[in-house]
Design a protein around this ligand. Structure first.
Ligand SMILES: Nc1nc2c(ncn2[C@@H]2O[C@H](COP(=O)(O)OP(=O)(O)OP(=O)(O)O)[C@@H](O)[C@H]2O)c(=O)[nH]1
Ligand SMILES: [Mg+2]
Length: 471
């Protein structure tokens, strides 16, 4: 089978390298606001599991469209030899270096993806470039890449393109989602019908791979949740320091550990989606803090206290805070109890205590072997928050086009974003609470079954959402 090849061509600075970057999930391709960034042909590949490969070739922009068109128009020879003739005629002319480079993949009869920024007015040079490609006669698809949000010039672009191109599609290289990439694959199959089945095969494998990645992401997230659920900090008790200081230190460590689990899980997700250089730290929020239990967070989660109580989602483990809830504490009960933050958090993640006993009165027993213990968590809210943060991160990652270089904005507004859990069906919330219960006790026979069920249902739910969230 001949290699599938598409060359990405166009005027300088229109987003050619951006298209290649997003299509091949390669975040390292050089993209720059300065025209003329790409000076050579560079071949990038999409390779699927069984080795089938599609080549996408990035090229420099047209340098001399007027002179090049004039040369093609005077060509008297055979059409198939035109590109070779052009390269031969300009071989020693440095002023045509980019024009020569961009012709190289056309010698091999690559299909053409012509990239144009249709948010600006059409120029005479654009018409000439289109005309050159028409004369070359290879299958050609025009990709309209809107660099700005302006569709006023679209009619003039369409008018000029429709007479010279087989197909026209919109493809915004900095916003395109997986679904839109797949739509582009549909277009490629129309463009080159004799290679349609090979392209379809690659497309199917890419879709399968996308689904597998989602399953893997869910497994990674579950592993992080499990680690967090069971986490316990034990610090040796020092008789010489204040107990309250030691409790605070234990809580701090607990918090740092949870943050670390989250950071590590995010790194795995980034690797999975080939976004290694994106940031993983949204910085602002403490996972174990009063702030997390403000009404705002509850709204983001879409889980009101009443809702949780009425649907029986609060577990027996939360009984300790039941009295506060019943009397209608202003924010989440544990933090209003006695007004002491430390005591509040303690009641919720497992009171900082000495060993498994209540804090003994001085002198009742030896201190030396005692430990200050925090965790494991006893309440579902923290687990909902951890899951929600993972899902929000995952969705941003899945939908972040590889061409984007504004990494600093990747997590902007993250902690104010409405959670995904709020859109969950009731049975999924219940399943998650069952999962928590089963995994909180060691040796629970249902844990593995619940894990599988939870992963499957969450993956299925995410699959149904991804289209909606990806537009
Ligand atoms: N907002 C936005 N900017 C884009 C888009 N596509 C490209 N750009 C920006 O346009 C500039 C040029 O993008 P490149 O992908 O390097 O363009 P190119 O056609 O490969 O440029 P040369 O290699 O110089 O010919 C960069 O600053 C990109 O960030 C887009 O879809 N949206
Ligand atoms: Mg480029």
């Amino acid at each position: 089978m001949s290699t599938l090849k598409f060359a990405v061509l166009g005027h300088p600075n229109e987003g050619k390298s951006s298209v290649v970057s997003t299509l091949t999930e390669n975040e390292r391709i050089r993209i720059s606001p300065t025209p003329g960034e790409t000076v050579r042909c560079n071949t990038f590949t999409i390779e699927v599991e069984d080795g089938a490969t599609l080549e996408i070739i990035d090229t420099p922009g047209f340098q001399n469209p007027t002179a090049t068109l004039a040369w093609f128009e005077q060509w008297q020879g055979h059409e198939a030899e035109m590109v070779d003739g052009y390269i031969e005629a300009h071989r020693n002319d440095p002023a045509f270096h980019h024009d020569l480079e961009l012709m190289i993949p056309l010698k091999d009869r690559a299909g053409i993806l012509y990239v144009a920024d249709a948010s600006r007015p059409l120029r005479e040079s654009d018409r000439k470039e289109m005309e050159i490609l028409r004369l070359i006669g290879l299958p050609r698809l025009a990709l309209l890449n809107f660099k700005r949000d302006n569709r006023n010039f679209l009619p003039e672009w369409e008018e000029a393109l429709k007479r010279r191109f087989n197909l026209i599609r919109e493809f915004n290289a900095h916003q395109a989602t997986f679904h839109q990439r797949m739509e582009l694959f549909d277009a490629l199959q129309h463009l080159v019908p004799d290679q349609a089945s090979a392209l379809k095969h690659i497309q199917n494998q890419m879709q399968e791979n996308w689904q597998q990645r989602l399953q893997e992401a869910v497994s990674d997230i579950e592993a992080m949740l499990l680690r967090s659920l069971r986490h316990q900090v034990k610090l040796p008790f020092k008789e010489t320091a204040l107990l309250s200081d030691q409790q605070a230190a234990a809580i701090r460590k607990y918090q740092e550990d949870l943050k670390r689990f989250e950071t590590q899980s995010r790194k795995q997700l980034r690797r999975l989606y080939r976004h290694d250089t994106l940031p993983g730290d949204d910085g602002e929020i403490d996972l174990v803090s009063e702030e997390l239990f403000a009404e705002k967070v509850w709204k983001l989660l879409g889980l009101s206290r009443q809702q949780l109580m009425m649907t029986g989602l609060l577990t027996g483990a939360a009984a300790g805070v039941g009295a506060d809830l019943a009397t209608g504490g202003i924010s989440f009960g544990v933090f209003t109890a006695g007004g002491a933050l430390l005591g509040g958090i303690g009641a919720w993640i497992g009171a900082p205590k000495l060993g498994n006993k209540k804090i003994p009165f001085p002198g009742r027993r030896k201190w030396a072997s005692e430990k200050v213990v925090v965790g494991p968590t006893k309440d579902p809210q923290l687990m909902f928050i951890l899951l929600d943060r993972s899902l929000l991160y995952l969705f941003r990652l899945m939908n972040w086009a590889h061409a984007r270089r504004d990494h600093e904005t990747f997590l902007s507004g993250f902690s104010d974003e409405a959670g995904l859990v709020r859109a969950w069906p009731e049975h999924l919330r219940k399943l998650y609470v069952q999962w928590m219960k089963a995994h909180s006790k060691s040796g629970n026979g249902d844990a593995a079954i619940l894990s599988r069920k939870f992963r499957n249902e969450l993956t299925a739910w995410l699959s149904t959402q991804s289209r909606e969230f990806s537009s």
